[in-house]
Design a protein around this ligand. Structure first.
Ligand code: HEC
Ligand code: HEC
Ligand code: HEC
Ligand code: HEC
Ligand code: HEC
Length: 147
């Protein structure tokens, strides 16, 4: 089965109303504070409940979704965030290489700091990868991206 990645316009429903606009827009929390693995390895990762609680012991603690967050913390239950982006499994992608090369998150993910839940804005097809690789002199060898 070929599993293609398509641009989505509507946010996927998430278990908790997390807003990038509140956190990275209004409160200027850096992307890497929550997606720390993006500069360390292939996947960017989503933050643990513990990371959220570090601030929410005090911040907005009466908000209904923060109350939900604290319930997860008390029960030691991870939040099951629904994955937005999916590349087919035969494609090799690595955040670290891009982040270290200075490609901003927004070039590939759009103005996330203006979104509530994250939405996929690039189609993430092979043509999309290749056109930037050609433009920036990165490798276009098949085996760079395919196993
Ligand atoms: C306070 C923590 C926090 C900060 C700061 C943050 N994020 Fe997120 N991010 C999350 C959480 C939680 C999710 C899962 C919910 C969702 O998809 O919206 C997520 C999801 C995402 C996704 C979708 C991942 C997927 O499922 O495919 C992208 C892309 C993303 N963030 C990019 C960014 C960028 C770019 C920034 C900086 C502008 C940023 N994030 C800042 C917590 C954070
Ligand atoms: C060169 C383009 C590019 C850049 C730059 C980039 N991403 Fe991604 N990101 C992707 C692609 C492609 C995927 C889907 C990967 C997959 O499905 O295997 C993805 C997936 C994600 C995910 C969800 C899956 C995961 O990897 O855990 C998060 C969260 C995310 N990116 C956050 C970020 C953040 C934060 C930054 C900046 C620090 C960033 N990305 C920079 C292309 C990019
Ligand atoms: C670095 C500190 C910090 C971290 C980490 C953090 N938050 Fe927040 N959060 C805030 C601040 C500041 C506000 C805004 C508070 C206000 O306006 O009174 C906020 C607001 C919220 C709200 C209320 C709704 C809104 O958008 O105003 C929710 C829900 C929330 N955060 C969930 C989360 C979740 C889930 C995580 C972990 C994925 C998280 N937060 C991580 C600082 C943080
Ligand atoms: C910079 C990364 C990159 C390079 C280099 C690359 N590909 Fe791809 N390729 C992708 C991505 C991402 C997909 C999945 C998205 C899609 O189908 O467009 C893909 C999909 C494919 C598919 C499946 C297409 C389909 O419609 O099912 C084939 C076949 C393929 N690539 C062959 C190649 C060959 C042959 C080369 C060398 C000439 C190559 N790729 C080089 C990223 C790349
Ligand atoms: C906006 C520009 C841009 C986009 C889009 C982009 N890349 Fe890249 N990519 C780069 C740059 C620049 C480098 C070179 C980094 C370096 O020199 O270390 C790179 C390097 C890589 C590498 C490491 C190459 C090596 O020599 O080991 C892989 C793997 C890769 N990209 C895969 C992908 C895939 C798969 C996609 C699409 C899903 C993609 N990239 C989309 C800019 C981009």
């Amino acid at each position: 089965m070929v599993y293609r990645a398509y641009a989505r316009e509507a946010p996927v429903p998430q278990p908790l109303a997390f807003s990038h606009r509140t956190h990275s827009g209004e409160n200027a929390i850096p992307c890497l504070y929550c997606h720390a693995y993006a500069r360390l390895g292939p996947a960017a990762g989503v933050p643990s409940v513990e990371r959220c609680v570090g601030c929410h012991i005090t911040a907005a603690k009466d908000h209904v979704d923060v109350v939900k967050l604290m319930e997860h913390w008390e029960k030691k239950e991870p939040i099951r965030w629904v994955r937005v982006h999916h590349l087919p499994e035969y494609v090799r992608f690595n955040h670290k290489r891009h982040v270290v090369a200075g490609v901003q998150c927004q070039v590939c993910h759009g103005e996330v700091q203006r979104m509530d839940a994250a939405v996929q804005v690039s189609d993430m097809t092979m043509g999309w990868c290749l056109s930037c690789h050609e433009e920036r002199g990165a490798s276009i060898d098949c085996l760079t991206c395919h196993y």
